[in-house]
Design a protein around this ligand. Structure first.
Ligand code: TXA
Ligand code: MG
Length: 334
């Protein structure tokens, strides 16, 4: 267990935020780039630092579920139920925004994404700001890139452009929150994430569905085809094709990193161009390590990252989603 930042660091961060600063802070999912939603200049800086289009909405972070009443209107019964079951935790609820939420935060939409993060530093920071406050915080990376899961990742990605980085150790979940909207009685998953689909289905007695791709593309920039992407080309291959593909590229003299979760036949053990990296064979462990692993291999200047396709299983959905988007990087559209 990582100890929270010293009290004084959190206090200093709260002072910066109150005076319009921008502070990166840890959550259980990924590091966020935070601004007080009532400071238009700080919210503008988030978009500038990330190079994010102004119409892409930000998630608003709260200290507790009682904030739902202040920041949202017409909260459906299922939303209360989900908040009760999963907050603090990796779940974002998209609800009709109240008049307290500025349009700049929601990219002009009449809905707002709300979540209570499950990290002692994030909660200490939100509590230090007070009950009338909330933090807009997208992931602390440049638009379209891999989300940071350590303070060092934030530093290398955003450096001096932020006023302060709170270090709360490596993120426990490692993938972004699950985003859920509502359509009548139905909960709609807009982005798979830290809360797996089976857990939502159980709590909602099956009244949950996956959003159609079209809707996803419009409402959620994380759903753009290429997103969460390393610089190095990334290819996804079924288990049996991974090793032949590695040998094929290795024979051309290309440096290849093979990232696999199953026990692979090591036909290429002799080939110096091919490096093999073993990931956990269960989704929680895999998710925790995924972004850090992609970032690390990106630094090591391989010609190609070959990633084993994850199991076709609802528990792996968020991982499959991120890998698919990362593998589209060659034809980037953002
Ligand atoms: O785990 C997370 O969710 C992290 C941590 C920092 O909390 N945050 C995060 O934020 O991933 P960001 O900005 O990288 O992704 C937020 C996603 C975007 O794809 C955005 O479109 C969607 O949330 N979103 C926010 N408000 C929305 C709204 N009103 N309607 C639909 N989608 C919304
Ligand atoms: Mg992001």
């Amino acid at each position: 267990m990582t100890l929270p930042e010293p009290h004084s660091q959190v206090t200093a961060a709260a002072v910066l935020l109150r005076t319009g600063g921008v502070v990166a802070f840890p959550t259980e999912t990924v590091y966020g780039l935070g601004a007080d939603i009532s400071s238009p200049s700080a919210v503008r800086r988030i978009f500038e630092i990330k190079k994010r289009p102004a119409d892409h909405p930000l998630i608003v972070h709260l200290a507790g579920s009682s904030g739902l009443q202040r920041w949202a209107q017409e909260v459906p019964e299922q939303a209360w139920h989900l908040a009760e079951c999963f907050w603090p935790g990796p779940l974002t609820l998209v609800l009709r925004r109240s008049r307290h939420v500025p349009e700049s935060v929601t990219g002009g939409q009449d809905t707002v994404g709300l979540r209570v993060p499950d990290h002692p530093v994030a909660l200490a920071l939100l509590n230090a700001l007070g009950p009338e406050k909330a933090l807009a915080a997208p992931s602390a990376n440049r638009f379209g890139r891999i989300s940071p899961t350590t303070a060092a990742h934030v530093r290398e990605e955003l450096g001096e452009s932020v006023d302060m980085i709170l270090d709360g150790g490596p993120c426990r979940v490692g993938l972004e929150s699950t985003i859920v909207g509502f359509d009548g009685q139905m909960a709609v998953i807009l982005r798979p994430g830290g809360i797996p689909l089976p857990a939502l289905a159980e709590v909602l007695k099956g009244r949950v569905t996956l959003s159609g791709q079209e809707e996803l593309a419009v409402r959620v920039p994380g759903a753009l085809k290429s997103h969460y992407a390393p610089e190095t080309p990334l290819e996804l291959w079924p288990s049996g094709s991974l090793s032949p593909r590695a040998l094929q590229l290795g024979a051309k003299g290309l440096r290849v990193a093979v990232i696999a979760w199953s026990d692979q036949q090591m036909d290429h053990a002799e080939n110096k161009n091919i490096v093999y990296f073993s990931m956990p064979a269960e989704p929680a462990g895999y998710g925790r390590l995924l972004y850090g692993t992609l970032r690390r291999f990106d630094h090591e200047r391989f010609d190609c990252l070959l990633v084993e396709a994850p199991p076709d299983n609802p528990g792996w959905m968020a991982i499959a989603d991120r890998l698919q988007r990362a593998s589209c990087a060659v034809q980037r559209d953002d």
